[in-house]
Design a protein around this ligand. Structure first.
Ligand code: MLT
Length: 262
């Protein structure tokens, strides 16, 4: 995997395929491998750039909380290294928070948006306290805490066992410091509703109908905020439709990307 170093932190990313660039920002507590069905099927037509956020996969963790803005700036540095000025910016869940942060700091670099099982709202006080509790549990007992608490909610009950196992391996590969820093970073994220309202480009909003982590009405809200959006609800999928119902997801993504000109 190519790497670059940003302010002393080594960041790894996948860069596969040729064509218009699509930046794929991954969910918590996974890594760029959570886009394997897209990397396998869509890189014939598009250039897919998928970072490991700092503290995940092969990227090293930085100091303090990993704020969504930092993730966005890391992704921008990766686009720079790839010689890409504008990209379709896609994010699943936490990756969606990072995509909204990128839109806030560098709107001119966003050609189109794809937001999957994510939300524009910030955490409330209770949500922030819960994240801190989980961050401490992860620091003390390791990422097994996340396997136990999150894996049953990340995918729908009908998810194929091999898909569930691959997601589990990604959680197990996360470092406890990286996961705790991202939890604290997510707790600090601002509300993005105003930023989304300003965006007039094309957008695709996707939700797994059985998402047990972010309610589907948050996707409806996103679609309402984005004037150029199309909302797709995928049956049989939970929080990670890009792997749970990969074929249906890829069909939607392919159709959306094919509508983009220039
Ligand atoms: C994720 O899947 O990225 C996280 O569950 C998002 C969150 O905790 O808000």
């Amino acid at each position: 995997m190519p790497t670059l170093t940003r302010a002393g932190v080594s960041l790894s990313y996948r860069d596969e395929g040729k064509g218009p660039a699509v930046l794929l920002l991954h969910a918590f507590p996974l890594n760029s491998d959570c886009y394997w069905p897209q990397l396998e099927s869509l890189s014939g037509k598009w250039r897919l750039i998928a970072p490991d956020h700092r503290g995940f996969g092969q990227s090293k963790v930085g100091q303090g909380p990993t704020e969504m803005r930092t993730m966005a700036e890391d992704a921008l540095a990766i686009l720079d290294a790839c010689g890409v000025d504008r990209a379709v910016v896609a994010g699943v869940s936490m990756g969606g928070y990072a995509a909204m942060a990128l839109l806030r700091v560098a709107p001119s670099r966003v050609r189109a948006l794809v937001l999957v099982d994510t939300q524009a709202r910030a955490d409330d006080e209770e949500g922030r306290a819960r994240r801190e509790q989980t961050a401490r549990a992860v620091e003390e007992r390791g990422v097994e805490v996340l396997v136990e608490s999150m894996l049953p909610k990340l995918v729908a009950p009908e998810c194929k066992p091999e898909v569930r196992s691959r997601i589990k391996r990604q959680i197990e590969a996360a470092s406890r410091q990286g996961a705790a820093a991202a939890l604290r970073g997510m707790a600090l994220r601002p509300d993005s509703r105003e930023v989304l309202k300003e965006f007039k480009g094309p957008a695709l909003v996707v939700a797994g109908e059985k998402d047990a982590i972010i309610p589907v009405d948050r996707a409806e809200e996103l679609a309402g905020l984005l004037s150029g959006s199309r909302l797709v609800k995928l049956p049989g999928a939970g929080h990670l439709p890009q792997v749970e119902v990969a074929e249906a997801f890829n069909r939607e993504l392919h159709a959306f990307l094919s509508t983009l000109n220039g």
